[in-house]
Design a protein around this ligand. Structure first.
Ligand SMILES: [Zn+2]
Length: 416
Protein backbone atom coordinates (compact mmCIF):
# COMPACT_ATOMS: atom_id res chain seq x y z
CA UNK A 1 0.00 0.00 0.00
CA UNK A 2 1.66 3.20 -1.09
CA UNK A 3 1.38 6.25 1.11
CA UNK A 4 -0.66 8.98 -0.47
CA UNK A 5 0.83 12.38 0.35
CA UNK A 6 -1.26 15.48 0.80
CA UNK A 7 0.10 18.73 -0.65
CA UNK A 8 1.23 21.05 2.20
CA UNK A 9 1.56 24.13 -0.04
CA UNK A 10 -1.89 23.77 -1.48
CA UNK A 11 -3.47 23.31 1.95
CA UNK A 12 -1.62 26.34 3.29
CA UNK A 13 -2.55 28.47 0.28
CA UNK A 14 -6.21 27.63 0.76
CA UNK A 15 -6.05 28.38 4.47
CA UNK A 16 -4.65 31.81 3.63
CA UNK A 17 -7.05 32.34 0.71
CA UNK A 18 -10.18 31.67 2.77
CA UNK A 19 -8.75 33.63 5.72
CA UNK A 20 -9.30 36.73 3.58
CA UNK A 21 -13.07 36.10 3.76
CA UNK A 22 -13.74 38.02 6.95
CA UNK A 23 -10.04 38.67 7.47
CA UNK A 24 -9.21 41.16 10.26
CA UNK A 25 -6.46 43.76 10.49
CA UNK A 26 -4.73 41.77 13.22
CA UNK A 27 -4.49 38.66 11.04
CA UNK A 28 -7.50 36.77 12.32
CA UNK A 29 -10.94 36.08 10.93
CA UNK A 30 -14.35 37.47 11.89
CA UNK A 31 -16.75 35.16 10.08
CA UNK A 32 -19.81 34.62 12.21
CA UNK A 33 -22.09 31.78 11.29
CA UNK A 34 -24.73 32.31 8.58
CA UNK A 35 -23.62 35.84 7.74
CA UNK A 36 -22.86 36.94 4.20
CA UNK A 37 -19.15 36.21 4.87
CA UNK A 38 -20.11 32.68 5.90
CA UNK A 39 -22.08 32.39 2.65
CA UNK A 40 -18.99 33.46 0.72
CA UNK A 41 -16.76 30.82 2.30
CA UNK A 42 -19.50 28.20 1.88
CA UNK A 43 -19.79 29.11 -1.81
CA UNK A 44 -15.99 28.82 -2.12
CA UNK A 45 -16.01 25.43 -0.37
CA UNK A 46 -18.90 24.16 -2.51
CA UNK A 47 -17.17 25.22 -5.71
CA UNK A 48 -13.91 23.52 -4.71
CA UNK A 49 -15.71 20.31 -3.80
CA UNK A 50 -17.75 20.28 -7.01
CA UNK A 51 -14.59 21.00 -8.96
CA UNK A 52 -13.27 17.68 -7.62
CA UNK A 53 -16.40 15.90 -8.77
CA UNK A 54 -17.92 15.65 -5.28
CA UNK A 55 -21.67 15.95 -4.77
CA UNK A 56 -22.58 18.63 -2.25
CA UNK A 57 -25.79 18.36 -0.25
CA UNK A 58 -27.04 20.61 2.55
CA UNK A 59 -29.34 19.65 5.41
CA UNK A 60 -32.00 21.82 7.04
CA UNK A 61 -29.48 23.09 9.62
CA UNK A 62 -27.19 24.25 6.82
CA UNK A 63 -24.58 21.55 7.36
CA UNK A 64 -22.77 20.73 4.12
CA UNK A 65 -21.77 17.22 3.02
CA UNK A 66 -19.46 16.83 0.00
CA UNK A 67 -19.56 13.21 -1.14
CA UNK A 68 -17.19 11.03 -3.10
CA UNK A 69 -18.55 7.59 -3.91
CA UNK A 70 -16.73 4.41 -2.91
CA UNK A 71 -16.90 0.80 -4.04
CA UNK A 72 -19.84 0.26 -1.70
CA UNK A 73 -22.10 3.22 -2.26
CA UNK A 74 -24.79 1.49 -0.21
CA UNK A 75 -22.69 2.03 2.96
CA UNK A 76 -22.99 5.22 5.00
CA UNK A 77 -19.96 7.41 4.34
CA UNK A 78 -16.84 7.86 6.44
CA UNK A 79 -17.01 11.59 7.17
CA UNK A 80 -14.21 14.04 7.92
CA UNK A 81 -14.43 17.75 8.52
CA UNK A 82 -15.04 20.52 11.04
CA UNK A 83 -16.45 24.06 10.76
CA UNK A 84 -15.83 27.23 8.75
CA UNK A 85 -17.48 29.73 11.11
CA UNK A 86 -15.27 31.68 13.53
CA UNK A 87 -15.40 33.75 16.70
CA UNK A 88 -15.71 37.57 16.25
CA UNK A 89 -11.96 37.81 16.91
CA UNK A 90 -11.16 34.29 15.78
CA UNK A 91 -8.00 32.87 14.29
CA UNK A 92 -7.25 31.37 10.90
CA UNK A 93 -7.14 27.73 12.03
CA UNK A 94 -9.90 26.89 14.53
CA UNK A 95 -12.30 24.75 12.51
CA UNK A 96 -10.95 25.88 9.18
CA UNK A 97 -7.95 23.53 9.34
CA UNK A 98 -10.24 20.56 9.96
CA UNK A 99 -12.49 21.44 7.03
CA UNK A 100 -9.83 22.40 4.50
CA UNK A 101 -7.55 19.59 5.74
CA UNK A 102 -10.41 17.20 4.96
CA UNK A 103 -10.84 18.79 1.54
CA UNK A 104 -7.10 18.39 0.86
CA UNK A 105 -7.22 14.75 2.00
CA UNK A 106 -10.08 13.94 -0.36
CA UNK A 107 -8.46 15.89 -3.20
CA UNK A 108 -5.38 13.70 -2.72
CA UNK A 109 -7.58 10.62 -3.17
CA UNK A 110 -9.22 12.07 -6.26
CA UNK A 111 -5.91 12.94 -7.89
CA UNK A 112 -4.45 9.52 -7.11
CA UNK A 113 -7.57 7.83 -8.46
CA UNK A 114 -7.74 5.91 -5.16
CA UNK A 115 -11.09 4.25 -4.75
CA UNK A 116 -12.16 3.82 -1.15
CA UNK A 117 -14.38 0.98 0.01
CA UNK A 118 -16.95 3.24 1.73
CA UNK A 119 -18.06 6.59 0.35
CA UNK A 120 -16.16 9.55 1.82
CA UNK A 121 -17.77 12.88 2.77
CA UNK A 122 -16.25 16.21 3.77
CA UNK A 123 -18.47 17.97 6.33
CA UNK A 124 -18.86 21.64 7.27
CA UNK A 125 -20.99 21.86 10.44
CA UNK A 126 -23.12 24.97 11.01
CA UNK A 127 -22.59 27.23 14.03
CA UNK A 128 -19.88 25.40 15.90
CA UNK A 129 -18.73 28.57 17.63
CA UNK A 130 -22.01 29.66 19.19
CA UNK A 131 -21.00 33.30 19.16
CA UNK A 132 -23.90 34.52 17.00
CA UNK A 133 -26.46 31.91 18.09
CA UNK A 134 -26.21 30.11 21.41
CA UNK A 135 -25.58 27.27 22.15
CA UNK A 136 -22.37 26.30 20.40
CA UNK A 137 -22.15 23.17 18.20
CA UNK A 138 -25.77 23.69 17.23
CA UNK A 139 -26.00 21.68 14.03
CA UNK A 140 -24.03 18.71 15.34
CA UNK A 141 -26.22 18.90 18.45
CA UNK A 142 -29.35 18.52 16.33
CA UNK A 143 -27.61 15.88 14.20
CA UNK A 144 -26.94 13.76 17.28
CA UNK A 145 -30.33 14.35 18.90
CA UNK A 146 -29.12 16.58 21.75
CA UNK A 147 -31.70 19.19 20.72
CA UNK A 148 -34.59 19.30 18.28
CA UNK A 149 -34.32 21.04 14.95
CA UNK A 150 -37.24 23.35 15.79
CA UNK A 151 -35.69 24.49 19.05
CA UNK A 152 -32.27 25.07 17.46
CA UNK A 153 -33.73 26.90 14.46
CA UNK A 154 -35.63 29.27 16.75
CA UNK A 155 -32.47 30.53 18.52
CA UNK A 156 -32.01 34.26 17.94
CA UNK A 157 -28.99 36.50 17.58
CA UNK A 158 -28.68 39.90 19.32
CA UNK A 159 -30.68 41.52 16.49
CA UNK A 160 -33.57 39.09 17.01
CA UNK A 161 -32.87 37.17 13.78
CA UNK A 162 -33.62 33.48 14.13
CA UNK A 163 -31.13 30.85 13.00
CA UNK A 164 -33.82 29.61 10.61
CA UNK A 165 -34.20 33.05 9.00
CA UNK A 166 -30.40 33.37 8.77
CA UNK A 167 -30.21 30.02 6.93
CA UNK A 168 -32.82 31.26 4.44
CA UNK A 169 -31.10 34.62 4.04
CA UNK A 170 -27.85 33.07 2.81
CA UNK A 171 -29.54 30.29 0.83
CA UNK A 172 -28.16 27.43 2.88
CA UNK A 173 -31.29 25.76 4.24
CA UNK A 174 -31.27 22.38 2.56
CA UNK A 175 -34.03 19.84 2.11
CA UNK A 176 -32.60 16.93 4.05
CA UNK A 177 -33.68 16.72 7.69
CA UNK A 178 -30.72 17.25 10.00
CA UNK A 179 -29.78 13.86 11.47
CA UNK A 180 -31.24 11.83 8.59
CA UNK A 181 -27.74 11.32 7.21
CA UNK A 182 -26.14 8.21 8.70
CA UNK A 183 -22.35 8.12 8.93
CA UNK A 184 -20.13 5.06 9.26
CA UNK A 185 -17.58 7.12 11.23
CA UNK A 186 -16.43 10.72 11.75
CA UNK A 187 -12.87 12.09 11.99
CA UNK A 188 -12.21 15.73 12.95
CA UNK A 189 -8.81 17.40 12.66
CA UNK A 190 -8.42 20.48 14.87
CA UNK A 191 -5.79 22.69 16.46
CA UNK A 192 -5.25 21.79 20.10
CA UNK A 193 -6.28 25.22 21.49
CA UNK A 194 -4.08 24.45 24.48
CA UNK A 195 -0.33 24.32 25.22
CA UNK A 196 0.47 20.63 25.82
CA UNK A 197 1.63 19.43 22.39
CA UNK A 198 3.88 22.43 21.86
CA UNK A 199 5.33 22.18 25.38
CA UNK A 200 6.24 18.54 24.86
CA UNK A 201 7.39 18.96 21.27
CA UNK A 202 4.80 16.50 19.93
CA UNK A 203 3.52 16.79 16.37
CA UNK A 204 0.16 15.04 16.80
CA UNK A 205 -2.37 14.68 19.59
CA UNK A 206 -4.29 11.41 19.55
CA UNK A 207 -7.53 12.61 21.10
CA UNK A 208 -9.13 9.99 23.33
CA UNK A 209 -12.12 12.02 24.46
CA UNK A 210 -13.57 15.33 25.52
CA UNK A 211 -13.70 16.26 29.18
CA UNK A 212 -16.99 16.64 31.00
CA UNK A 213 -18.19 20.03 32.22
CA UNK A 214 -20.35 20.95 35.22
CA UNK A 215 -21.58 24.48 35.85
CA UNK A 216 -22.79 25.67 39.23
CA UNK A 217 -24.02 28.91 40.75
CA UNK A 218 -23.21 29.46 44.41
CA UNK A 219 -25.23 32.06 46.31
CA UNK A 220 -23.81 33.19 49.66
CA UNK A 221 -26.09 35.27 51.85
CA UNK A 222 -25.04 37.37 54.84
CA UNK A 223 -26.28 40.78 55.87
CA UNK A 224 -25.77 44.25 54.39
CA UNK A 225 -24.39 46.55 57.11
CA UNK A 226 -22.64 49.87 57.58
CA UNK A 227 -18.87 49.45 57.18
CA UNK A 228 -18.10 52.08 59.79
CA UNK A 229 -20.66 51.22 62.44
CA UNK A 230 -20.60 47.40 62.35
CA UNK A 231 -17.87 45.81 64.51
CA UNK A 232 -15.90 43.01 62.89
CA UNK A 233 -17.20 40.28 65.20
CA UNK A 234 -20.83 41.15 64.37
CA UNK A 235 -20.58 41.04 60.60
CA UNK A 236 -22.01 38.54 58.14
CA UNK A 237 -19.76 39.39 55.23
CA UNK A 238 -20.74 37.30 52.20
CA UNK A 239 -17.67 38.39 50.25
CA UNK A 240 -15.30 36.99 52.89
CA UNK A 241 -17.10 33.67 52.53
CA UNK A 242 -16.77 33.93 48.75
CA UNK A 243 -13.05 34.66 48.99
CA UNK A 244 -12.42 31.57 51.12
CA UNK A 245 -14.59 29.48 48.83
CA UNK A 246 -12.73 30.63 45.72
CA UNK A 247 -9.45 29.51 47.31
CA UNK A 248 -11.04 26.19 48.20
CA UNK A 249 -12.39 25.58 44.69
CA UNK A 250 -8.89 26.14 43.34
CA UNK A 251 -7.54 23.68 45.91
CA UNK A 252 -10.17 21.07 45.00
CA UNK A 253 -9.00 21.13 41.38
CA UNK A 254 -5.35 20.82 42.49
CA UNK A 255 -6.34 17.88 44.70
CA UNK A 256 -7.65 16.09 41.60
CA UNK A 257 -4.51 16.68 39.54
CA UNK A 258 -3.33 16.40 36.86
CA UNK A 259 -6.44 16.61 34.70
CA UNK A 260 -9.00 18.44 36.85
CA UNK A 261 -9.68 22.13 36.33
CA UNK A 262 -12.07 24.36 38.25
CA UNK A 263 -12.65 28.06 37.82
CA UNK A 264 -14.62 30.84 39.43
CA UNK A 265 -14.98 33.19 36.49
CA UNK A 266 -17.89 35.41 37.48
CA UNK A 267 -18.72 37.07 40.74
CA UNK A 268 -21.57 39.40 41.62
CA UNK A 269 -21.32 41.35 44.85
CA UNK A 270 -24.41 42.99 46.32
CA UNK A 271 -24.89 45.81 46.90
CA UNK A 272 -21.34 46.41 45.53
CA UNK A 273 -20.88 49.62 47.47
CA UNK A 274 -17.70 50.92 49.04
CA UNK A 275 -19.24 51.51 52.46
CA UNK A 276 -21.58 48.55 52.77
CA UNK A 277 -20.55 45.15 54.15
CA UNK A 278 -21.53 42.85 51.24
CA UNK A 279 -24.74 41.02 52.07
CA UNK A 280 -24.87 38.69 49.09
CA UNK A 281 -22.45 37.18 46.60
CA UNK A 282 -23.23 34.97 43.62
CA UNK A 283 -20.29 33.19 42.01
CA UNK A 284 -20.00 30.82 39.08
CA UNK A 285 -18.11 27.53 39.23
CA UNK A 286 -16.91 25.73 36.10
CA UNK A 287 -15.48 22.26 36.82
CA UNK A 288 -14.05 19.95 34.16
CA UNK A 289 -12.51 16.49 34.00
CA UNK A 290 -12.48 13.55 31.55
CA UNK A 291 -14.04 11.15 34.12
CA UNK A 292 -17.52 11.38 35.62
CA UNK A 293 -16.27 9.69 38.81
CA UNK A 294 -13.74 12.47 39.38
CA UNK A 295 -16.34 15.15 38.66
CA UNK A 296 -18.51 13.45 41.30
CA UNK A 297 -15.64 13.54 43.78
CA UNK A 298 -14.98 17.22 43.07
CA UNK A 299 -18.66 17.96 43.50
CA UNK A 300 -18.75 16.18 46.87
CA UNK A 301 -15.73 18.16 48.04
CA UNK A 302 -17.37 21.37 46.88
CA UNK A 303 -20.65 20.62 48.67
CA UNK A 304 -18.79 19.77 51.90
CA UNK A 305 -16.82 23.02 51.69
CA UNK A 306 -19.89 25.21 51.52
CA UNK A 307 -21.10 24.88 55.09
CA UNK A 308 -17.60 24.27 56.45
CA UNK A 309 -16.60 27.71 55.20
CA UNK A 310 -19.84 29.63 55.52
CA UNK A 311 -21.22 28.39 58.88
CA UNK A 312 -18.45 29.94 61.05
CA UNK A 313 -19.02 33.25 59.24
CA UNK A 314 -22.75 33.22 59.99
CA UNK A 315 -23.56 32.95 56.29
CA UNK A 316 -26.11 30.82 54.49
CA UNK A 317 -25.16 29.26 51.20
CA UNK A 318 -26.93 27.54 48.34
CA UNK A 319 -25.48 25.81 45.31
CA UNK A 320 -27.34 25.08 42.06
CA UNK A 321 -25.94 22.82 39.37
CA UNK A 322 -27.65 24.25 36.32
CA UNK A 323 -25.82 22.62 33.42
CA UNK A 324 -23.61 19.66 32.76
CA UNK A 325 -22.09 17.96 29.78
CA UNK A 326 -20.86 14.44 30.46
CA UNK A 327 -17.39 13.39 29.34
CA UNK A 328 -17.10 11.83 25.88
CA UNK A 329 -14.91 8.83 25.14
CA UNK A 330 -14.01 8.54 21.50
CA UNK A 331 -14.34 5.26 19.61
CA UNK A 332 -11.55 2.73 20.18
CA UNK A 333 -11.39 1.65 16.55
CA UNK A 334 -11.26 5.22 15.23
CA UNK A 335 -8.48 5.97 17.73
CA UNK A 336 -6.66 2.81 16.58
CA UNK A 337 -6.81 4.13 13.01
CA UNK A 338 -5.30 7.45 14.13
CA UNK A 339 -2.51 5.60 15.98
CA UNK A 340 -1.82 3.50 12.88
CA UNK A 341 -1.71 6.68 10.80
CA UNK A 342 0.71 8.37 13.20
CA UNK A 343 2.97 5.31 13.12
CA UNK A 344 2.83 5.09 9.31
CA UNK A 345 3.79 8.76 9.00
CA UNK A 346 6.49 8.58 11.68
CA UNK A 347 5.20 11.55 13.70
CA UNK A 348 5.73 12.05 17.41
CA UNK A 349 2.44 11.91 19.29
CA UNK A 350 0.78 11.74 22.68
CA UNK A 351 -2.69 10.91 23.88
CA UNK A 352 -4.71 13.96 24.82
CA UNK A 353 -8.18 14.78 26.13
CA UNK A 354 -9.82 17.79 24.55
CA UNK A 355 -10.35 20.69 26.89
CA UNK A 356 -12.77 22.38 24.52
CA UNK A 357 -16.05 21.16 23.08
CA UNK A 358 -16.16 20.09 19.43
CA UNK A 359 -18.68 18.84 16.88
CA UNK A 360 -17.04 15.40 17.10
CA UNK A 361 -18.10 15.22 20.75
CA UNK A 362 -21.73 15.48 19.62
CA UNK A 363 -21.33 13.20 16.61
CA UNK A 364 -19.71 10.57 18.87
CA UNK A 365 -23.21 10.03 20.27
CA UNK A 366 -24.48 8.65 16.96
CA UNK A 367 -21.49 7.09 15.19
CA UNK A 368 -17.89 6.03 15.91
CA UNK A 369 -15.88 9.26 16.04
CA UNK A 370 -12.55 10.70 17.05
CA UNK A 371 -10.27 13.72 16.65
CA UNK A 372 -6.69 14.54 15.70
CA UNK A 373 -4.95 17.56 17.24
CA UNK A 374 -1.99 19.57 15.99
CA UNK A 375 -0.11 22.12 18.13
CA UNK A 376 -0.87 25.83 18.00
CA UNK A 377 1.60 28.53 19.05
CA UNK A 378 1.58 29.23 22.79
CA UNK A 379 -1.68 27.29 23.01
CA UNK A 380 -3.53 30.44 21.97
CA UNK A 381 -6.92 30.13 20.28
CA UNK A 382 -10.16 32.10 19.96
CA UNK A 383 -7.72 34.90 19.26
CA UNK A 384 -6.54 36.63 16.10
CA UNK A 385 -2.96 35.65 16.99
CA UNK A 386 -3.83 31.94 16.73
CA UNK A 387 -1.14 30.21 14.67
CA UNK A 388 -0.04 26.79 13.49
CA UNK A 389 2.76 26.37 10.97
CA UNK A 390 2.42 25.06 7.44
CA UNK A 391 4.22 21.88 8.54
CA UNK A 392 1.95 21.39 11.55
CA UNK A 393 -1.16 21.83 9.43
CA UNK A 394 0.18 19.44 6.82
CA UNK A 395 1.02 16.79 9.43
CA UNK A 396 -2.54 16.95 10.70
CA UNK A 397 -4.06 16.61 7.24
CA UNK A 398 -1.71 13.73 6.41
CA UNK A 399 -2.69 11.84 9.59
CA UNK A 400 -6.35 12.59 8.85
CA UNK A 401 -6.04 11.06 5.39
CA UNK A 402 -4.13 8.00 6.62
CA UNK A 403 -6.54 7.44 9.49
CA UNK A 404 -9.56 7.52 7.18
CA UNK A 405 -7.85 5.10 4.79
CA UNK A 406 -6.91 2.80 7.66
CA UNK A 407 -10.50 2.80 8.89
CA UNK A 408 -11.75 2.20 5.35
CA UNK A 409 -9.40 -0.79 4.94
CA UNK A 410 -10.68 -2.29 8.19
CA UNK A 411 -14.23 -1.95 6.88
CA UNK A 412 -13.25 -3.62 3.62
CA UNK A 413 -11.54 -6.49 5.47
CA UNK A 414 -14.65 -7.07 7.51
CA UNK A 415 -16.76 -6.88 4.37
CA UNK A 416 -19.08 -4.61 6.31
ZN1 LIG B 1 -13.35 24.76 16.46
Amino acid sequence: MRNLAINPERLWDELMETAAIGGTAKGGICRLTLTDLDRQVRDWFKARCEGLGLTVTVDDMGTMFARREGQRSDLPPIALGSHLDTQPTGGKFDGVLGTLGALEAVRTLVEAGYETYAPIEVVNWTNEEGSRFSPAMTASGVFSGAFTRDWAASRTDTEGVTLDAALDAIGYKGEERCGAHPLTAFFELHIEQGPLLEAEGKEIGVVTGVQGIRWYDVTITGQDAHTGATPMHMRKNALVGAARLIERIDAIAHAHAPLAVATVGMIQVKPNSRNVVPGEVVLSVDARHPEDAVLDSMERALVASLSEICDPLGLTVRMDKFWEKPPVRFDAECIASVRAAVAACGYSARDIVSGAGHDAANVAGVCPSTMIFVPCRDGISHNEAEHSSKEQCAAGAQVLLQAVLDYDRRLAERGA
